[in-house]
Design a protein around this ligand. Sequence first.
Ligand SMILES: [Fe+2]
Length: 224
Amino acid sequence: MKRSKTLSRRQLVRGTLAALPLLAVPPLVWGKKSGPSCLLTPSQGEGPFYPLRFTPHGMDLTRKQPGGPKAQGRQIVVRGTVTDARCRPLPGAEVEIWQADSQGRYNHPHDPRNLGLDSNFLYWGRVLTDAQGRYAFRTIAPAAYPASSSWMRPPHIHFKVRQKGAGTLVTQMYFPGNALNASDYLLGGIESSLRQRLIAKLAGGSRGAPTPDIPRYLFDISLT
Ligand SMILES: [Fe+2]
């Protein structure tokens, strides 16, 4: 009886995967007694560039108004699912991102470099997850930037995710295959077995997607 119940739930997970081919699923561990559990997403520091006033911006950071001029740089889509520690999707979770632009510049007075801002780029955004716990942003691939004279931060996007009862997670998403990932002190500070949880996956098979020429990165987040 117990075995058939387990198979049934696994089949359910597979069915969900088949129905959502564009979404990655958080690493899943199957406990004999406790059911599935998701590996928690490691936290990372908020850093000095969290927006002073998180004025409402939606899921599209690439222009300031519909039909307006586009921000500089390569457009990308970042999407994923927010789940709890048992892999249950969290609907209504608040997902914030903030990031550097295509020149590695933050829209923040603590950024000491004088590079000038991209007047068409929205440097942060906030969305709520849908009924399946999914979120998505369209943004610009951030550039690397120097954190010190001897430390170049790899391209990354900052995340803050909140949901009542599940708490708040602050972390950073990195890009697969970037050579700077290997020498970054912050990413390197994460236990090696968990590091991959912070590196997005590049989705394949964009045929049929509404914007097939825009790279799509998958970044799933699991809260406590
Ligand atoms: Fe940063």
